[in-house]
Ligand binder design. Structure first.
Ligand SMILES: CC(C)(COP(=O)(O)OP(=O)(O)OC[C@H]1O[C@@H](n2cnc3c(N)ncnc32)[C@H](O)[C@@H]1OP(=O)(O)O)[C@@H](O)C(=O)NCCC(=O)NCCS
Length: 170
């Protein structure tokens, strides 16, 4: 596929973008999670970045939690947590993931944060390589047991053992 990366826009999400984050059904089960992340952005507790191409719409994302229930990940002033990083398959390996991450990091620096944290699944070697190239170091482990309520109101349990990674932003 021919993709003109010069036309890529990286911006924060708007309410009307929420359905587009479901990627034609692939992420419909996260509908409530996305709505709640959007509310966090409205409160000033999160920044949700999306990458958009004129011909394809939203093709990538990275969410940043500035403050939350886990101060070791996001404490509102020193440390922020980057999660839900993804680029649609046909648009991977073009540098888009790198650009979204850099945009997220630059905004954190402007806001005065010193560290970005993230969790990467232990079996996700591609993503870990990307984060290491961007300067993230493994600082610990996460059992990765969490749950969410899907779009039909059912609780879903997830087990994703992960490496905790951290980058000093400044
Ligand atoms: C991980 C993920 C977000 C990376 O996004 P991406 O847009 O493919 O990332 P990039 O293109 O910036 O970097 C990926 C590779 O492309 C290469 N690349 C970067 N810019 C490039 C360019 N202009 N041209 C060609 N290749 C390029 C990078 O060197 C990198 O190579 P590597 O495979 O040796 O690491 C994406 O693969 C993804 O969505 N995966 C599924 C979801 C996921 O695992 N998310 C992470 C959860 S922690």
């Amino acid at each position: 596929m021919l993709v003109n990366i010069d036309t890529l826009t990286i911006r924060t999400i708007k309410y009307e973008d929420l359905p587009d984050l479901e990627w034609d059904g692939e992420y419909t089960h996260f509908r409530r999670l996305y709505a709640s992340a959007y509310q966090n952005q409205q409160k000033g507790d999160a920044i949700l970045w999306v990458a958009e191409l004129p011909e394809a719409g939203i093709i990538g994302q990275a969410f940043v939690q500035l403050v939350g229930s886990r101060p070791d990940l996001a404490d509102g002033f020193m440390r922020a947590y980057i999660y839900s990083v993804r680029v649609r398959t046909p648009y991977q390996n073009l540098g888009i993931g790198t650009r979204i991450m850099r945009t997220a990091e630059e905004s954190l620096i402007e806001l005065g944060f010193s560290y970005a944290t993230l969790n990467v699944n232990k079996d996700n070697l591609d993503a870990r390589r990307l984060y290491e190239r961007l300067g993230y170091l493994v600082t610990g482990e996460e059992a990765g047991n969490w749950s969410y309520i899907d779009h039909r109101g059912r609780q879903k349990f997830v087990h994703e053992p992960a490496w905790r990674m951290q980058k000093k932003l400044r």
